[in-house]
Ligand binder design. Structure first.
Ligand code: IPM
Ligand code: MN
Length: 370
């Protein structure tokens, strides 16, 4: 298969983790005989520094002309600490999402047997967890418009949804629930927000069409607690933009760290794949960023092109590595490796099917790549 991939490393640890994702993509191409033509472009603070804007036209063009986008992260402390900044790195990502029409951000959360000890939660609470969050990505409070009063002492952010915007993501979530365990949970704040009541209406109407899917509805405050207390109860979660952003960060603690969760954003034009984490400025260039979320985003990209064996090869390599006790610092593994070593080991795993025969070499720390 031949595909054009736009690679947007972005800011902070974005380039660190995307380098590893690219090693894995190259390894897949080599082992399975595919051709991925990668084209790099700038976004975020990096783009502001070079071109004076967070999403230069050439970056948007590159993405529109590609079959998929692989993105690292955007954000920089110089903007985080300056609320008066008129241009922000995040605007680049938000505009890109809007221009690509990628309204459905899919964030899977799944634990693996033998890796439960990496979880922040008790092992018995995370065994068998397997759910997926459908976060609405191109509307809601992120896109409703903001303003300040003349005296600048009052600020407004508008949260707006149309039934059509809710319906298109809800349909995808219902379809996914039908293929899976037949359970859909809407997470909202319908006891307070009118937009959430609109979400409830649309979901209730659609549930007639998907009679075999069991629907339940939780308020976001309750859902944030439930996701840590009893995450096994969830199958597919569908939720507005901001709630999905927060809830998925919380959910990442189930697998061990925010450095573990990938995402796929699908919609009208080019699909985009990115880790759910941010730019983690402190870790930039220090070799401590976990590249697994970016690497598992490659698995989602491969799956999107129906390359099932290839996606499985990536996941098998990742679980194999973690089971051997190799991981980045934040997971507190028996053997700490840096960001780039993780990429090298996984790429070697993927290219060389017999690699597992030499696991004891890796475990002893005598492999040339450690
Ligand atoms: C994410 C990020 C972004 C978001 C930021 C960087 C704008 O936190 O992808 O989850 O809030 O959507
Ligand atoms: Mn986020």
């Amino acid at each position: 298969m031949k595909k054009k991939i736009a690679i947007l490393p972005g800011d902070g640890v974005g380039p660190d983790v995307i380098d590893q994702a690219q090693k894995v993509l190259d390894a897949i191409a080599e082992r399975f005989g595919h051709q991925f033509d990668c084209c790099h472009a700038d976004i975020g603070a990096t783009a502001i520094n070079k071109f004076g804007e967070p999403l230069p036209e050439y970056t948007l063009e590159t993405c529109l002309n590609a079959d998929a986008v692989l993105l690292g992260a955007v954000g920089h402390p110089s903007y985080d600490n300056n609320p008066k900044a008129t241009m922000r790195p995040e605007q680049g990502l938000l505009r890109l999402r809007k221009e690509l029409g990628i309204y459905a951000n899919i964030r899977p959360v799944k634990t693996s047997p033998n890796l439960l000890h990496y979880s922040v939660l008790k092992e018995e609470n995370v065994r068998g967890v397997d759910f997926v969050i459908y976060r609405e990505l191109t509307s809601g409070i992120y896109f409703g418009g903001s303003s300040r009063s003349k005296d600048r002492k009052t600020a407004t952010d508008i949260c707006k949804y149309t039934t059509a915007e809710v319906e298109r993501i809800a349909r995808l979530a219902f379809e996914k629930a039908s293929e899976r365990r037949g359970k859909l949970t809407l997470v909202d704040k319908a006891n307070v927000l009118e937009t959430s009541r609109l979400w409830r209406e649309v979901i209730q109407d659609l549930s007639m069409e998907y009679a075999h899917v069991a629907v339940n509805m939780l308020y976001i405050d309750n859902a944030a607690t439930q996701i840590l207390l009893n995450p096994q109860q969830f199958d597919v979660i569908v939720t507005p933009n901001l709630f999905g952003d927060v809830l998925s960060n919380v959910a990442s603690l189930i697998t061990g760290s925010i450095g573990m969760l990938p995402s796929a954003s699908l919609g009208d034009k080019t699909p985009l794949f990115e880790p759910i984490h941010g730019s983690f400025p402190y870790a930039t260039g220090r070799g401590i960023a976990n590249p697994i979320a970016a690497i598992l985003s490659v698995a989602l990209l491969l799956e999107h092109f129906d390359l099932k064996k290839e996606a499985k090869a990536v996941r098998t390599a990742v679980t194999g590595l973690l089971r051997q006790g190799i991981a980045t610092l934040e997971l507190d593994p028996p053997m700490v490796c840096d960001t780039s070593q993780i990429g090298d080991i996984l790429a070697e795993y993927i290219v060389d099917e017999d690699y597992k025969l030499r696991q004891d070499v890796v475990r002893a720390g005598v492999s040339t790549i450690i």
